[in-house]
Design a protein around this ligand. Structure first.
Ligand SMILES: [Zn+2]
Length: 341
């Protein structure tokens, strides 16, 4: 059946039904052949337009996504897919928000090298960082997919289906056909993944943006992929995170790899990414601490933040700032309040 032969109403109803079915197709990797079988039952969303990879170093590339929340227009393309070419093959860090985005990233990889993709690393459990795993398992059914243990378990339990459905809904089913494909290898702080001439070291310093963010250092290159621990001119989704934990992460990362090029999963890589994020977050968090000290409530935390020169400096250039500053001030207030006891 070809969905293009349906009326818009029929197509919507059909996609809705199929979307519901597809949403339950969580399969462990050892059943990857069944992933393909399941896939034949569903209509896949359309291709995602190519975004050429930006070369960051001789062996490091990033498909830098435009800013946005998942929408019909962007088909879920809202976070970067980074890849590293090594003697053993290509390593992908964060695979995008759908199979289609993973496939788009794979097309960009093919413009650089014919080498196989030999590993995927997911920085945390938000769906825009791992739903694309499906594409890489199709290209290599035995591929190891690395993540922190809590990231892997979150995806296997509630977060997997939650993000799969969220992306389908938000994109008008553009991500349809994407099967939840959780990480199959876990890593801990200090682990070094050896790809011959390239070694990738895992850094984990507790809750920052989520309870299980890992940052990935390209050893000897002063390059660190920080996932969503820091963003470039964007404000992070902090509902699962911690401001204090974020500062602790920045301290530890800056001490471990001073002067690094930081690759965020949203926005452009740069050496100032952590410095800028810290300033903005300190402006928000210290305003909340002041409001807590004065028993002034979360509204005062927001007012203080809006009047803080550090926050003002970034307000205009930070995407999503106006819509979210109330929420971030409230989260900072709750955290500052519980930290004050
Ligand atoms: Zn995230």
């Amino acid at each position: 059946m070809n969905n293009q032969h349906m009326s818009p109403g029929q197509r919507r109803r059909f996609l809705k039904t199929v979307g519901g079915l597809a949403g339950f197709a969580t399969l462990p990797l050892s059943y990857s052949s069944r992933v393909f079988a399941a896939e034949q039952l569903v209509i896949a969303g359309p291709k995602v337009p190519d975004i050429a990879a930006t070369r960051l170093a001789e062996n490091v590339y990033c498909v830098v996504s435009p800013w946005g929340f998942p929408s019909v227009e962007n088909q879920g393309m809202m976070s970067n897919v980074t890849f590293v070419t090594t003697r053993k093959g290509v390593v992908v860090i964060d695979s995008g928000a759908s199979k289609q985005i993973g496939e788009m990233a794979l097309r960009q990889i093919r413009k650089v090298t014919d080498a196989p993709v030999v590993a995927v690393i997911n920085t945390h459990y938000h769906g825009d960082h791992w739903l694309g795993n499906h594409a890489f398992v199709e290209s290599n059914p035995d591929i190891p997919i690395y993540a922190h243990e809590k990231t892997a378990s979150a995806i296997k339990t509630g977060q997997g289906q939650f993000w799969s459905h969220l992306m389908e809904r938000a994109t008008g089913n553009a991500t349809l056909g994407t099967v939840v494909t959780p990480p199959n290898k876990t890593v801990v702080h200090g682990d070094v993944l050896d790809f011959g001439n390239t070694k990738i070291k895992v850094h984990f310093y507790g809750t920052a943006h989520t309870p299980s963010d890992i940052s990935l250092e390209l050893v000897g290159q002063s390059i660190v992929h920080v996932g969503d621990v820091a963003m470039d001119n964007r404000i992070a989704f902090m509902d699962d995170g911690s401001f204090r934990g974020t500062f602790k992460n920045y301290d530890a990362l800056e001490a471990a790899v001073p002067g690094a090029l930081w690759i965020p999963a949203h926005g452009h890589p740069g050496k100032q990414v952590l410095v800028h994020n810290r300033e903005l977050f300190e402006g928000i968090y210290q305003s909340a601490e002041r409001a807590v000290k004065e028993f002034a409530g979360p509204n005062a935390a927001k007012d203080y933040a809006l009047n803080d020169p550090r926050v003002q400096k970034y307000a205009k250039v930070t995407k999503g700032f106006d819509e979210n500053i109330g929420k971030y001030s409230s989260l900072a207030y709750l955290e500052a309040e519980s930290a004050s006891f």
